[in-house]
Design a protein around this ligand. Structure first.
Ligand code: NCD
Length: 315
């Protein structure tokens, strides 16, 4: 386990396995504080600035909830495209050179891939990437991994199936990069033709000790009894045309009936929000863990802020 020494967290791409394990361990150690069972306030005096160019429920609110629980404060821009000076045409670099004066750490969500890395160049405070276009979503991945770790007790030797719009889903990108850093991981990538995982991610994965199977058949993937099945929303806002969207819309819908074809209790994850790809009949399936993911999001985001802001942490 090793803390991240870089100023910012812009992607899983830049994290080592040791960094991931450090963050997950810290998340569990912070849990009593975040739950209000301890008087410790490790981030007292620190302010989080959230600046979101795209909509969010879980990511922004869990960042804020964690910061408040850890004793810090929060200022928030939740609809930057309309209610900030972005509406008047302000550039990302000018926005960052302004808002870094207002807090000690920035959680940034943006519609362009690479925005967090660019922001990091202009910011004097740490940037945490809260999603950059179709590129990466590292905090989502850390909470996904914590959920898997809690349920399965390991991150090595697992078989994960990812299903949906793998071309545009940043959460799928980041978890693919992350689990490729662990040993003996098998990926089943379930997607229609034209919605494949981006080539640069596949290239990194293929350079690691992983097995990759690509298919269009969700039931077939379930019958192969993966440990984890990660359903993904079709990222409608990233499509150029209605026609392109219709090529995948309605293609996959996971139901309880589909899961009951096998005896294994598969851990079902979803980054949320779900739309049509994950039926409510799955909600009381014992493997359904998507609302646990939202709980774990508070822990890992708290851990990432604490790690970046408190180099001398003692708990
Ligand atoms: C995701 C996102 O914004 O990338 N939401 C989230 O953070 N949990 C996924 C999505 O919008 O489909």
């Amino acid at each position: 386990m090793e803390r991240v020494y870089a100023k910012s967290i812009t992607g899983v791409k830049n994290l080592t396995r040791g960094n991931i394990e450090y963050i997950l361990d810290l998340a569990l150690r912070l849990e009593p504080i975040i739950q209000g069972e301890s008087d410790k306030k490790p981030l007292a005096g620190k302010k989080l600035v959230t600046f979101f160019y795209e909509p969010s429920t879980r990511t922004r609110m869990s960042f804020e909830s964690a910061m408040l629980s850890l004793g810090g404060g929060v200022i928030s821009m939740s609809d930057a495209m309309r209610s900030s000076s972005v509406w008047k045409g302000e550039t990302l670099q000018d926005t960052i050179r302004t808002i870094h004066n207002y807090g000690h750490i920035i959680a940034l969500r943006h519609f362009e891939g690479g925005a967090a890395e660019k922001a990091d160049l202009y910011s004097k405070v740490p940037i945490i990437n809260a999603g950059d276009g179709p590129n990466e979503h590292p905090t989502q991945t850390l909470l996904d991994l914590l959920t898997i770790k809690k349920r399965l007790g390991r991150l090595d030797n697992i078989h994960i199936a990812l299903c949906g719009d793998l071309k545009h889903t940043r959460s799928a990108n980041s978890i693919s990069l992350a689990l490729s850093k662990f040993d003996n991981v098998k990926f089943t990538l379930v997607r229609p033709e034209g919605f494949e995982t981006q080539q640069w991610i596949l290239d990194i994965m293929k350079g690691k000790n992983v097995e990759i199977v690509e298919t269009e058949d969700l039931q077939g993937a379930i019958n192969d009894e993966p440990d984890v099945l990660y359903m993904c929303r079709i990222q409608k806002e990233r499509f150029d045309s209605e026609e392109a969207f219709n090529a995948i819309n309605g293609k996959y819908c996971l139901t309880r009936e589909m899961l009951s074809q096998v005896d294994k209790n598969i851990i079902v994850l979803h980054h949320l929000p779900r739309v049509d790809e994950l039926d409510e009949s799955v909600d009381d399936y014992p493997g359904a863990a998507y609302f646990e993911q939202t709980y774990n999001g508070v822990l890992v985001r708290g851990a990432m802020m604490t790690m970046l802001l408190k180099k001398d942490l003692e708990l």
